[in-house]
Design a protein around this ligand. Structure first.
Ligand code: ZN
Ligand code: ZN
Length: 226
């Protein structure tokens, strides 16, 4: 007998052949909770993975294409940002419940099947203060569920440096990180990993630095499409 990681109720889940054979992990949440974790299925924006009525480009991506053509191949995300997903993410990030990663693991592995064999993963870094506060970087935990090499070519600028910037500067996309001068990303196929894609600013900033340093093929995978 086990307990649901989300609602803490006792779970009486059906044992599947996959679970007996060890190919499917034991479920960590009950079915009603899992159903509330809305996965993105059906047509999405060809570029950013936002759910759409048809697989065309969303208006945000049309504008990104005008500014940053050829930087990011595509973003794909696993879940929609529903109230339940938001609550789960708050627990994961702001209450520092690293165990929650187990809830996402299977869906991350399924999504990762589309990642090229030769790809390396670049998790978006946290600032040192955030990392100390939280004890883990959620993007690294997500990347850790995928069987590909992980590289960290970025240094995150401190939020102190960030907050000295005016709101206008921040909205204009003031730099979030710098590329470590020793990092070698030349000709690499890279998948940037983050927890959420909202405006695209973080992912595009990262992609732009990687491209400048000679990375070949850059896309991103995030848990959530905000
Ligand atoms: Zn539950
Ligand atoms: Zn889009």
């Amino acid at each position: 007998m086990s307990w649901c990681i989300l609602c803490h109720s006792k779970m009486q889940e059906q044992v599947t052949w996959g679970m007996l054979l060890g190919t499917d992990p034991d479920p960590v949440a009950c079915s009603p909770c899992l159903e509330k974790m809305t996965k993105i299925t059906g047509p999405v924006c060809a570029k950013c993975g936002r759910p759409m009525d048809s697989a065309s480009l969303c208006t945000d991506c049309v504008s990104w294409n005008e500014r940053e053509e050829g930087i990011l191949k595509e973003n794909r995300s696993i879940y929609s940002y529903t109230a339940t997903v938001k609550e789960v993410m708050n627990r994961f990030k702001f209450r520092g419940d690293a165990e929650i990663i187990r809830l996402f693991e299977q869906d991350i592995r399924t999504a990762a099947k589309k990642i090229p064999r030769k790809a390396v993963l670049v998790p978006i870094p946290l600032s040192a203060e955030r990392l100390q506060e939280r004890g883990f970087n959620q993007a690294e935990l997500i990347a850790g569920c995928i069987r590909r090499p992980i590289v960290q070519p970025f240094n995150r600028l401190t939020s102190e440096k960030q907050s000295k910037k005016s709101r206008k500067e921040r909205l204009a996309g003031a730099p979030l990180f710098t590329l470590n001068p020793e990092a070698t990303v030349k000709n690499l196929c890279i998948v940037i990993i983050d927890d959420i894609y909202t405006t695209g600013n973080t992912v595009y900033q990262a992609a732009k630095l990687l491209k400048k340093a000679g990375a070949q093929d850059i896309s991103s995978l995030t848990l959530i499409r905000g």
